[in-house]
Ligand binder design. Structure first.
Ligand code: ADP
Ligand code: TRP
Length: 314
């Protein structure tokens, strides 16, 4: 048994990975894989709250796994698995549902957002925080690295751990959210948070053309000398002092600054692209299968204790 702290996180295979996902989440996992007992999963059960096209879902699962590995995640160091290979989390989410109230879940920003946008919210989407709490708590995770937008969900997991422990006796550890401060929210091409749902992303593994198109589309405010939206994204790729000097020298030359940003992004991702191009579907399937075999015994053991504490184990 290792005495390293347990780090857990998941990412949704719900579309093309963008640089917000990379700087907000994945890069942290990569940096932490040596220091922690790290477990990363593909949150495919969460994804089906939005993706209900089977071909698209399978493709997204494969793609995102390749993306992770290309970004530097090492399956020898990290347990990499698919959430749907651990269906125990849906069982645990049910136990949590039975000690959680509706008004409490109605306060989740994910639900409020969806409620505002969509005409109808599914029960699955409404219950999203409980499934996420199950993912986290079943593994006794110590730290959960996520983007700032997911912080509330980790709070839900903490509350739920407390509630369960009060109801059934000490069962779960308190997880902590870990948020990378300086790039907590990566801005998109329109200045809002970069997000698939806003269509303002720069794809991480896009072609040169796609990256060019996205960067050229960054909204600039012609009134100011510094194109804030370009600068804020550029901050991810160069140290501030270097960037300030360049932006001063090229004041008002938005096109040149965008071209430089395009080049910087391409240079940054080229090594990762090369790794990604070497990965095959079979390799990915095998990696996920290995991950499943490693994580299953850990989860099964915890579930025995949970069922026993609830009184289901006779
Ligand atoms: P999206 O908003 O594009 O749908 P997801 O919700 O799938 O992205 O997010 C996947 C991971 O990437 C999460 O950990 C999330 O917090 C992080 N993330 C997504 N967008 C950003 C962003 N703009 N800045 C920082 N982190 C982000
Ligand atoms: N909700 C997270 C996201 O949108 C994905 C996720 C599911 C997750 N379960 C998790 C993240 C458990 C951390 C821990 O990105």
């Amino acid at each position: 048994m290792s005495n390293k702290k347990i780090l857990l996180s998941g990412i949704q295979p719900s579309g093309t990975m963008h640089i917000g996902n990379y700087f907000g989440a994945i890069r942290q996992f990569v940096e932490m894989q040596d220091k922690y007992d790290a477990r990363i999963f593909i949150a495919d059960l969460h994804a089906i709250t939005t993706v209900q096209d089977n071909e698209k879902l399978s493709k997204n699962i494969l793609d995102i796994t390749m993306d992770y590995i290309a970004c530097g995640l090492d399956p020898e160091k990290v347990i990499l698995f698919k959430q749907s290979d651990t269906p125990e989390v849906t069982e645990l989410a049910w136990y949590f549902n039975c000690i959680t109230t509706m008004p409490y879940l109605e306060r989740a920003t994910s639900y409020k957002d969806a409620n505002q946008k969509a005409k109808e919210v599914t029960v699955g989407l409404f219950d999203y925080p409980m499934l996420m709490a199950a993912d986290i708590l079943v593994q006794d995770a110590d730290v959960v690295p996520v983007g700032a937008d997911q912080k509330q969900h980790v709070e839900y997991a903490r509350d739920t751990a407390g509630k369960f422990n009060n109801t059934y006796g000490e069962t779960f550890k308190m997880p902590e959210a870990m948020i990378l401060k300086d790039v907590a929210i990566v801005p998109g091409t329109d200045g809002r948070k970069m997000s698939k749902s806003y269509g303002n992303t720069i794809p991480l593994f896009g072609t040169d053309e796609e990256i060019k198109k996205a960067v050229m589309g960054i909204v600039t405010d012609s009134g100011s000398s510094v194109p804030t939206n370009v600068y804020n994204i550029h901050m991810l790729f160069r140290p501030k002092n270097e960037l300030d000097a360049i932006y001063k020298e090229k004041e008002g030359k938005y096109k040149e600054l965008k071209e430089l940003l395009i080049q910087d992004i391409i240079n940054y991702i080229t090594p990762m692209r090369e790794i990604r191009n070497k990965l095959s579907k079979d390799m990915v399937i095998e990696i996920l299968e290995n991950g499943k075999n490693k994580i299953k015994p850990i989860i099964e053991k915890k579930m025995l204790k949970i069922r026993s504490n609830i009184g289901l184990q006779l």
